[in-house]
Design a protein around this ligand. Structure first.
Ligand code: ASP
Length: 347
C-alpha cells in the first residue's frame, strides 16, 4: 500500500466511526443571532381553580404575583439577556411567594415535612439539571441550574444534593422556612381523608390538595429556548415520592429545534406519558404547531388516561400556547412588546 492509500483508508475508517457516533438528528440549534421574537410564559399550577373558590382578594394577589414574575423574566429578554436567566428570575419570584406550591409555599408530606423538586433545561445545548427531594434549599431552581452547569450529572437527590448546594455556596434554610398555615390545614384535611396509605383514597383526593407547581418557558432574542419547573410536589406524598417536575422529558423539556415546555398536574401521569418531551417531539417530527401538539397531548392523550393538569409551551418563533384540562391554571405570557396576558380560569 502506498502512503496515500493508507491515508485514504484511515480517512474512510475515521469518517465511518464518526458517522456511527453522530446523532441521526442534530438536536438543539446554534444561536441564530438575529433579532428573534422573544417571548415568555409562566404557570403557577393547575387544578380546581374556580371563581367560586377564590375570593377577589386572592385573585388579585395571584394576578399581581404572576405579573411580577412575568415582568422579571420579560425585562431580561427585552434587554437581550438569555432565556435561561429569564426563566430562573420568573421562577424564583414564585418560589419566594407563599401563594404557590414551590419554595416558600411548598405543600407538606404525609409526615409533615417539605420535600422539593425542580429542573431546568437549555434548548441550545440540551443540557439539563434537576434536584429531587431536597429539604433545605431555599431556591431549588437555582440548585438545578448549578447541577446543570457545575456537575457532571443531570439529577441529584436528597442529602447529596444538599451537600452539593453547600459546596456551591447556595443558601440553605431549615425545613420550617417552608411552613405556611394554609398548606398545613390542607395536610390535616388530606390526612383525614386518606387514613392509611390507600391508593384509591389518594387518587380520589380533590386536586386542590395536589397541585400548584410553578414553571417558566422562554425564547430569547438569539432564538434560544429554556424551560424551568419547581415544586413542593403533592400534599401528603409519602415514601420519598418524586413527581414529574424534576424529570427531564416529563415535567420539563427544551430544544431549540422544537419547543420548551413546563408542566403542572398529576405527576405520575406526566411521567408515564412523557408529556413535555412528547409535545416537543410532535412539533419536531410531525411538524405540529405548539397549539396542535399541546392540545393533542393534554386533551386527547392525557385526559382519557385520567391525567389532569396543563402545560405552558413556547417555540423558537415566539408562539405561545398554554393548554390545560382542569378548571383553571394560574398563567401569564407576553410575546415581544405585545400585551401581557394574565389568566386563571378556563374562560
Ligand atoms: N406535577 C407536580 C407533581 O406531581 C404537582 C403539580 O404540578 O402541582 O409533583
Amino acid at each position: 500500500m502506498t502512503k496515500l492509500s493508507v491515508f485514504a483508508a484511515a480517512l474512510v475508517a475515521v469518517s465511518a466511526t464518526l458517522s456511527a457516533t453522530q446523532p441521526v438528528y442534530a438536536a438543539g440549534n446554534t444561536d441564530t443571532d438575529h433579532d428573534n421574537q422573544f417571548a415568555i410564559a409562566i404557570h403557577g399550577g393547575a387544578g380546581t381553580i374556580t371563581r367560586a373558590n377564590l375570593s377577589d382578594e386572592q385573585e388579585a394577589a395571584y394576578k399581581a404575583k404572576l405579573t411580577e414574575a412575568l415582568n422579571a423574566g420579560h425585562t431580561i429578554l427585552a434587554e437581550g439577556g438569555t432565556s435561561m436567566d429569564a426563566v430562573i428570575a420568573a421562577v424564583q419570584i414564585m418560589e419566594d411567594s407563599p401563594l404557590f406550591n414551590s419554595g416558600r409555599g411548598a405543600v407538606y408530606t404525609f409526615d409533615g415535612e417539605h420535600e422539593l423538586d425542580a429542573s431546568i433545561m437549555d434548548g441550545k445545548t440540551l443540557e439539563a439539571g434537576a434536584v429531587a427531594g431536597v429539604k433545605t434549599i431555599k431556591s431549588p431552581i437555582a440548585l438545578a441550574r448549578k447541577v446543570m452547569e457545575n456537575s457532571v450529572h443531570v439529577m441529584l437527590s436528597g442529602e447529596g444534593a444538599e451537600q452539593f448546594a453547600s459546596e456551591q455556596g447556595l443558601e440553605r434554610v431549615s425545613n420550617d422556612y417552608f411552613d405556611t398555615e394554609h398548606r398545613y390545614q390542607q395536610l390535616q384535611q388530606a390526612r383525614e381523608r386518606l387514613g392509611v396509605a390507600d391508593k384509591q383514597a389518594y387518587l380520589d383526593l380533590d386536586d386542590k390538595y395536589k397541585y400548584g407547581t410553578v414553571g417558566a418557558v422562554a425564547v430569547d432574542k438569539h432564538g434560544n429556548l429554556s424551560a424551568a419547573t419547581s415544586t413542593g410536589g403533592m400534599t401528603a406524598k409519602r415514601y420519598g415520592r418524586i413527581g414529574d417536575s424534576p424529570i427531564i422529558g416529563a415535567g420539563t423539556w427544551a430544544d431549540n429545534a422544537s419547543c420548551a415546555v413546563s408542566a403542572t398536574g398529576h405527576g405520575e401521569y406526566f411521567i408515564r406519558y412523557h408529556v413535555a418531551a412528547d409535545i416537543c417531539s410532535r412539533v419536531k417530527y410531525l411538524g405540529d404547531s405548539v397549539e396542535e401538539a399541546g392540545d393533542t397531548v393534554i386533551h386527547d392523550v392525557l385526559l382519557p388516561a385520567g391525567g389532569t393538569g396543563g402545560v405552558i409551551i413556547v417555540d423558537a418563533k415566539g408562539n405561545v400556547h398554554m393548554p390545560f384540562n382542569t378548571e383553571g391554571m394560574y398563567r401569564a405570557s407576553r410575546v415581544g412588546d405585545g400585551e401581557t396576558e394574565v389568566a386563571i380560569y378556563k374562560d
